[in-house]
Write a protein that binds this ligand. Structure first.
Ligand code: IMP
Ligand code: MG
Length: 187
């Protein structure tokens, strides 16, 4: 193991969702989505970059056909606080949304602003249906009223990293979801 890897692990306060639990969660959601979208025209929409790992695992476990696409959004904000104004950095450029049942795949829902904005944006742009799955949910942080259609697991109000989730672009490749030590960002 190189020293960078060891440093990544020592910045983790504790493991919140283990690899085994993540696998179980993804299997459960994949089964639900496969059943609910059997007669639909599923387009899985990965929200970059945090949802890459979840999206990859979820699509492999689906038992129905799907297309995939990506969008990239940023909510203005620094460090461990998400902002509020949503900025589309990579948009969907497709003319067939009226035939698609979109499932937005998001890593985590916090204030709810990103997902509520995206659902509305895709509906306005003519998608046949729009739902969302969030791997993790911090319900105590909600600022706008929005509940994802599928949730992997609720978590407490802690800043988490790994399985795609970052702090300052680091830690995305950790195979579990861990709580980041406060000493890393409270300097
Ligand atoms: P929302 O718009 O406030 O719901 O923010 C959702 C976005 O904030 C997620 O897609 C993440 O990019 C980011 N975020 C919120 N909480 C965390 C966290 O604990 N770790 C890493 N990113 C987070
Ligand atoms: Mg994100």
């Amino acid at each position: 193991m190189n020293s960078d890897y060891i440093k990544r692990d020592t910045d983790v306060e504790s493991i919140l969702v283990s690899q085994e639990e993540l696998s179980d969660i993804v299997s459960r959601i994949a089964a639900e989505v496969s059943s609910d979208y059997e007669d639909k025209n599923l387009l899985l929409l990965c929200i970059l970059k945090g949802s890459i790992v979840f999206m990859g695992d979820l699509m492999k476990k689906l038992t129905i056909p799907c297309e995939i696409d990506c969008m990239k959004v940023s909510s203005y904000g620094k460090g461990t606080e998400s902002g509020g104004r949503i900025n589309i950095l990579l948009d969907l450029h497709r003319s067939d949304l009226s035939e698609k049942d979109i499932l937005i795949v998001e890593d985590i829902i916090d204030s709810g602003k990103t997902l509520s904005y995206l659902v509305n944006y895709l509906k306005i742009n003519g998608a046949r249906s729009v739902k969302a799955v969030a791997l993790l949910d911090k319900p105590s942080r909600r600022e706008v009223e929005y509940t994802p259609d599928y949730v992997g697991r609720e978590i407490p109000d802690e800043f988490v990293i790994g399985y795609g989730l970052d702090y300052a672009e680091q830690y995305r490749s950790l195979p579990y979801v861990g709580i980041l030590k406060r000493s890393v960002y409270e300097k």
